[in-house]
Ligand binder design. Structure first.
Ligand SMILES: Cc1cc2nc3c(=O)[nH]c(=O)nc-3n(C[C@H](O)[C@H](O)[C@H](O)COP(=O)(O)OP(=O)(O)OC[C@H]3O[C@@H](n4cnc5c(N)ncnc54)[C@H](O)[C@@H]3O)c2cc1C
Length: 386
């Protein structure tokens, strides 16, 4: 078993670590306070090739492997999670569907500007009445005279409304299957399409510099060709998209947890009480040790899931385990980091207070912790003889 990274993986990780340290981290507090989308950083990341890491070079990507992409997400998120989630949602949710399921023409038209970092793209699965029950989609699309006519709404869609956004891919019910269940198809809706309205950004507890919006579709008309794959393939496609997305969210959580440990370690060596640095107290040392242990385990969990993805093996279970464990470990790390900072940890001028606010969503987005447990349990039960 070889846990070492190859030359390319090491180089990508170092590039992202340096970029996060020099460019992202110094701006993170201000971005959070202003809730301002980080256009400049996102454009710089595009120029560095970070918005198209796992895509083929012929479509403007960097041709890197999936683990390199996850390492990049970890490092960028260590600098700031708003930037991390912008990169993750763009890559895993926005661009990957074109890469996996797009026609040659769709890859050229949509994937290439996304992989080059010239545009961002969103994926709209969640609806006001269909969250964890993503198959409960109510948005409908009817094929008439060579066009899809879409009516419905989406909730909480990342990257949908920035000035750099090219559009959104949405799930819509396009008919009924022979077993009576909904036929779901993924449709491509460019920004500016008549009948497609992008709502105002939500006011959020964390990830404040990322763009999250409600969307609505009222007699929105797109060409029949704006479909990914064939009618009825939408459910299968987004389950595949979510598997990879969950590994990336695990990496994002590890990055945030590592940032918590970085700050806690620094503070424990500086802050003196009872005549000595608090890091001399065993109670504080044990917190630091637990954080380090859990970060290492979470990192190994996402490494394994990413490796299985690269091997072409089924990895839904491993993706859910990585996402579930890493997001919960990150929450514990943020909590302990604030505790180690005492009252100062509750103050906005210390980054750990921002980390604490931002960590919660990791247990919700791209499948809640309950949903991850449902996936793991379902697989566990399926392997047991009746
Ligand atoms: C900041 C942010 C960004 C997001 N970005 C995107 C995006 O880009 N694209 C997108 O499509 N979506 C996005 N989402 C939506 C996110 O994926 C959903 O919020 C999430 O899947 C949960 O859905 P819900 O909020 O409707 O909660 P619900 O599904 O209503 O769940 C409420 C609670 O009930 C629990 N629950 C539900 N069903 C069960 C069950 N069967 N058994 C046990 N417990 C259950 C849940 O775990 C949860 O605790 C984003 C959300 C946020 C907050």
């Amino acid at each position: 078993m070889d846990f070492s990274l190859n030359e390319e993986q090491t180089a990508i990780r170092q590039t992202c670590r340096d970029f996060a340290e020099q460019e992202i981290k110094p701006r993170a507090e201000e971005m959070d306070a202003q809730g301002a989308f980080p256009y400049q950083l996102v454009r710089q990341m595009g120029e560095l090739g970070l918005l198209g890491l796992p895509f083929p070079e012929e479509y403007g990507g960097a041709g890197a492997d999936f683990l390199s992409y996850c390492l990049a997400i970890e490092e960028i998120s260590r600098g700031d999670v708003s930037v991390g989630i912008t990169m993750e949602a763009h890559t895993s949710l926005g661009a990957t569907p074109f890469s996996l399921f797009g026609s040659q023409q769709q890859k050229e038209q949509y994937l290439t500007p996304l992989a080059r970092g010239e545009q961002l793209w969103a994926f709209g699965l969640t609806e006001p009445e269909a969250g964890s029950d993503s198959g409960g989609t109510q948005t409908r699309a009817i094929l008439q005279d060579g066009c899809w006519h879409i009516n419905g709404s989406k909730a909480f869609i990342t990257n949908a409304g920035t000035d750099m956004t090219g559009g959104v891919t949405i799930t819509a019910v396009t008919g009924l299957r022979s077993d009576g269940r909904k036929e779901i198809t993924n449709l491509i809706v460019p920004k500016g399409t008549t009948g497609y309205a992008i709502g105002r950004p939500y006011k959020k507890m964390g990830w404040k510099a990322s763009d999250t919006r409600p969307l609505s579709f009222e007699d929105c008309v797109i060409p029949e060709a704006n479909m990914l794959g064939r009618p009825g393939e939408g459910f299968k496609q987004f389950m595949q998209i979510l598997d990879a997305g969950r590994v990336a969210i695990a990496a994002l959580s590890v990055g945030l947890a590592q940032a918590c440990l970085d700050e806690a370690l620094k503070y424990a060596q500086q802050r003196k009480q009872f005549g000595m640095p608090i890091g001399q107290f065993q109670a504080i040392q044990f917190k630091l040790a637990d954080m380090d242990m859990e970060i290492e385990l979470a990192r190994l969990a996402y490494f394994k899931a990413a490796w299985m993805n690269m091997q072409g093996r089924p990895y839904s279970r491993e993706a859910s385990i990585a996402k579930l464990y890493a997001s919960e470990a990150a929450k514990r790390a943020a909590d302990q980091a604030v505790q180690i900072h005492g009252g100062y940890g509750f103050m906005d001028e210390y980054p750990v207070s921002r980390y604490w606010r931002s960590v919660k969503i990791n247990e919700i987005g791209e499948g809640t912790s309950e949903v991850q447990r449902m996936v793991i349990a379902k697989m566990l039960l399926a392997t047991q003889p009746q």
